[in-house]
Design a protein. Structure first.
Length: 503
């Protein structure tokens, strides 16, 4: 093993890269070797507080390399209470470069792994198999948080020489499953496997999805599409598997929902860089939906700062219902009020589990979508149109609609086109919600609250109003105050039914 001792950022040559808030360090070089031989280099350095978001370590890869392996460690000194410690993410770009857009992207594991390898025939989960070509590769370091003492790291790069293995042709899941025609389909669109920071295999997630009564799921690994080629065996006539990514920036996360197989969406920008629109268009051009995830989450870098102008839907409920979900629900309702006031488009809400590992429950919550069939396109159309509700499990089913005096009626996500003073009856039928209270929420606030449903969990709640009094109505089902981590935590909620003619 050869060692190359590198100092801190201030004692090495630094070069600004094309990506914002990034720096490139000096190169690590290798000489060619005979087949079967291995050669290693170890580099060390220290990143100070205030380091750029991404630090690239160039690696000069010679011809004849069969496998590239990278292992890294970094220190975790104690810090005062309330101060962030060290967290260092890692990934790699190949000889095609680090230009924003990800043409050279070959993998990302964030902070979930301490080592990875890439070969033509196989790669560590999170990374893309393929040839290790001659040229300049870049190890990407992401100092997520840096302690006041700085972050000292050590990286060991090992090259194994020899003939490359045979490349594996990826096989992707189909765009459709055996549906029931126009029906309500249940799904969970935010899930993590061991291809990012989850601990479950795709097969384990598939089994849990079926047990939760789901009809569709969406692969959404952090900052990598490496899982796309590993879902075909999980999909089946009874389970549609869509492909996507959780684009995990430093200013919030967005789920790319149902993109074309093999689509990568870059994450190396902040809101101030004014680049999110470019990558939202990338998601849509690849057939996907743009869904900001857990916008009020309190984890570092999770709070959504890009605005909602590019959103096709918003993840209002993420995992077990917590105070940040309550804030997101209120924020989304305020956006609904603004949309009817200003006569502009509205953004539908959805919910997903964001399950990573035990005891995270796949399908808690789940989005229930009215779609013409169980296909990627039909499910996306239902989500985009807001023909959906969110429930804590498959045990809860509901029907929600509004009707006018001459037989007019409209369901979730639709508009009841009647005059301003026409009497309207709003009706909710529900099963699987024992002792839950029903609230009808409008642009004027909560205008009707029912008595608790019986222990059987079934019931019908009706309320009469007019479009002049309520521009929209949506339903919330809430548990008794003593249940759950939040008093009156949600059991389900619907997208709105709009009343009256649009402005």
């Amino acid at each position: 093993m050869c060692e190359d001792h590198h100092g801190g950022l201030g004692r090495r040559a630094l070069f600004a890269t094309g990506a914002a808030a990034a720096l490139t360090l000096g190169s690590v070089s290798f000489a060619a070797a005979a087949d079967g031989e291995q050669e290693s280099r170890t580099v060390r350095g220290t990143l100070p507080p205030g380091s750029p978001d991404f630090v690239y370590v160039p690696v000069e890869v010679p011809a004849g390399v069969r496998e590239l392996k990278v292992a890294y460690t970094y220190d975790r000194p104690p810090v005062p209470a309330g101060t962030t410690g060290n967290a260092l993410d890692i990934g790699i770009f190949d000889d095609r470069g680090t230009e924003l857009g990800g043409r050279g992207f070959r993998g990302w594991s964030g902070g979930a792994r301490t080592e990875f390898f890439i070969r033509a025939d196989e790669a560590t989960p999170g990374y893309l198999p393929g040839p290790v070509r001659e040229g300049t590769w870049h190890i990407a370091l992401g100092p997520y948080t840096v302690a006041p003492q700085g972050l000292s790291y050590e990286i060991t790069i090992t090259l194994t020489y020899g003939e490359p293995g045979e490349a594996v042709r990826p096989v992707y899941p189909p765009d459709r499953a055996r549906g029931r025609g126009r029906a309500w389909y249940r799904g969970d669109c935010h899930l993590h496997s061991w291809y990012s920071d989850g601990r479950r295999t795709p097969a384990e997630i598939g089994a849990l999805a079926r047990a939760a009564g789901l009809d569709f799921i969406n692969s959404s690994e952090h900052n990598t599409h490496s899982a796309h080629a590993h879902w075909s065996d999980v999909a089946g006539d009874d389970l549609l598997v869509m492909l996507g990514e959780e684009v995990t920036t430093r200013n919030g996360h967005v789920v790319a929902l149902g993109t074309d197989p093999g689509t990568f969406v870059d994450w190396r920008y902040r809101a101030r860089d004014n680049r999110f629109g470019r990558f939202a268009r990338r998601i849509r051009s690849a057939g996907g939906l743009v869904v900001p995830a857990h916008p009020h989450a309190t984890c570092v870098g999770c709070n959504w700062k890009f605005g909602f102008g590019e959103a096709d839907a918003v993840e209002v409920w993420n995992g077990p219902y917590t105070p940040d979900d309550e804030v997101t629900l209120a924020d989304w309702d305020s956006m609904l009020v603004a949309s009817v006031r200003d006569g502009c488009d509205w953004i539908p809400a959805m919910g997903s589990s964001d399950a990573h590992r035990d005891p995270d429950a796949v399908g808690h919550p789940q989005t229930v979508v009215l779609a013409d069939d169980l296909t990627r396109q039909a499910i996306q159309e239902g989500i985009r149109a807001g023909r959906s509700y969110v429930a804590e499990s498959a045990k809860l089913e509901l029907s929600f609609r509004a009707s006018g005096g001459r037989g007019e009626h409209a369901g979730i996500g639709e508009r009841l086109r009647v005059d301003r003073d026409t009497p309207v009856t709003v009706r909710l039928e529900v099963t699987g919600a024992p002792r839950c209270t029903v609230r009808f929420v409008t642009d004027q606030g909560v205008l009707h609250t029912s008595a608790p449903l019986p222990v059987s969990g079934s019931g019908v709640v009706e309320w009469r109003t007019t479009p002049s009094y309520a521009a929209y109505v949506r339903a919330e089902l809430r548990h008794e105050a003593a249940a759950g981590p939040v008093p009156g935590a949600l059991a389900a909620f619907t997208n709105p039914v709009f009343l009256g003619t649009p402005r």
